[in-house]
Design a protein around this ligand. Structure first.
Ligand code: PMP
Length: 446
């Protein structure tokens, strides 16, 4: 049934809870529904008088209205002055200042659900839903804790986001590195690990990957490889944790490869992609809003975690975000992301020009078509590790970058290093790489 495209919605519902049970951690399975939050939806039934929750009375709050000014997504550049004042007041403000549902504010859940249909062509009713979190990091942590028990193996593309590695380490997952090249995951590496998996040893329940503008690698995996990875996920029965904060920062003129979440629909109707989106890079990092999308039972497990930890993501920041998003609409949102992409593409180009000028012959790299990073290999004969050079010598010379080792689950040595190009002016970029050149030339001579 799993490979069949003809699975009906009714069959999917039957599959749901029992089917995903095998992916849940002991802790996730042992969580009981929160006795109060679990009943929130009942309060909304017309005619019900609720004596349920100890919610503070909004009329006692000191806030009477909240206004903010936003740019227009259709203005020609990001730097044009703010154009529209939006106000949250009345019942909307009362809701924004109150406790709300664990998964997220209804309006934001609806808007982001529509966004997934708009961006990834996934229709509701296919057994998925969304939960909002305080950034995608929050949801990643909760998801990993809901799936993996201490000691459970997890497949991790290497190099990988150091913030994800920190989660796997904190939760004592056994990280299995999957090799990559300048196009992302090597399906052959994944296949070889899975085909040679020791008999009798529990197989990995999931793969962690960043499909666009990898952090740190800058790579964007092509569709053919994505399909191979999905096929392996079916064959070996694992989930794909698609961590995708850079999806909307895409610089190439060739068509954007479909996300795993979108592509899985071509292979199976039983979802195994758990997708993490973030508004950090496109609206604001400090507003701390991200959202996870995937099979309902997995989202229920994430909500179970939330209900026992921070109860919910701030209703207030969710209200601000959804006010802006509904004002813009999906077309406006996309127009904004295109402007943000154009902004970073220019930064990338300036950075690469300076790389060619200063690091030619001293480093090698592939131009990233998405994301905010250059991942470069130092060409230093006899050197097998960039750590001392990047962490100590470059810093002593006034440049701060990251040695590649922090992005390897095994922590092994590497001659790679990561540079973020998002913040600097052209002058600072030139100066930083001129300083790095000085360090590398001195290294070559010693
Ligand atoms: N995943 C990746 C790959 C990231 O690069 C980041 C942020 N640097 C995050 C997750 C966390 O993002 P957020 O701000 O949404 O928590």
């Amino acid at each position: 049934m799993e490979n069949s495209l003809s699975t009906t919605a009714a069959e999917l519902r039957v599959l749901s809870d029992e089917y995903y049970e095998k992916f849940l951690s002991v802790i996730a399975k042992s969580r009981k529904p929160n006795p109060i939050r679990g009943l929130y939806p009942l309060e909304k039934k017309p005619g019900v008088i609720s004596l349920l929750a100890g919610k503070p009375n909004a009329s006692s709050f000191p806030f009477t209205s909240f206004s903010f000014t936003v740019t227009s997504p259709t203005s020609s550049s990001l730097s044009t002055s703010p154009e529209t004042k939006l106000t949250i007041d009345g019942a909307e403000l009362a809701e924004a200042l109150q406790y709300s549902d664990t998964a997220g504010l209804k309006q934001l859940l609806e808007w982001t659900t529509g966004l997934q249909t708009f961006s990834h062509q996934r229709e509701l009713g296919e057994g998925w839903r969304i939960s909002v979190g305080s950034g995608s990091q929050d949801l990643l942590y909760k998801a990993v804790a809901s799936i993996f028990n201490p000691g459970d193996p997890i497949l991790v593309e290497a190099p990988a986001y150091s913030g994800a590695i920190a989660i796997f380490e904190a939760l004592k997952c056994l990280q299995i590195e999957i090799q990559t090249d300048d196009q992302g995951i090597l399906p052959s590496s994944l296949r070889s690990i899975l085909d040679n998996w020791p008999e009798g040893k529990a197989k990995p329940k999931g793969l962690y990957t960043i499909p666009y503008g990898g952090n740190p690698s800058g790579t964007t995996i092509p569709v053919e490889r994505r399909l191979q990875v999905l096929q392996l996920a079916l064959e070996h029965d694992f989930l794909i944790l698609e961590d995708d904060p850079y999806y909307y920062l895409y610089y190439s003129t060739s068509p954007r490869p479909q996300s795993y979440f979108s592509l899985e629909r071509e292979i199976t109707t039983v979802g195994r992609v758990l997708r993490f989106d973030s508004f950090s890079k496109i609206l604001s990092a400090g507003i701390r809003i991200g959202f996870a999308t995937g099979p309902t039972p997995l989202l229920n497990a994430i909500d179970g975690y939330t209900a026992t930890s921070n109860l919910q993501t701030s209703s207030f920041t969710q209200a601000v975000v959804v006010k802006l998003l509904t004002h813009w609409g999906y077309e406006g949102f996309h127009a904004h992301t295109e402007k943000v992409s154009a902004f970073y593409k220019e930064k990338r180009d300036v950075f690469e020009t300076a790389m060619k000028k200063h690091l030619g012959g001293l480093a090698e790299w592939t131009t990233p078509v998405s994301g905010l990073f250059f991942w470069f290999k130092l060409i230093l004969p006899g050197e097998d590790d960039s750590e001392a050079i990047i962490k100590t010598k470059a810093y002593e010379n006034g440049v701060l970058a990251l040695p590649g080792t922090v992005f390897l689950p095994s922590g092994s040595k590497t001659t790679y290093a990561r540079a973020a190009f998002s913040l600097l002016s052209e002058e600072d970029i030139d100066e930083a790489l001129r300083r790095l050149r000085g360090v590398l030339i001195t290294e070559q001579q010693t």
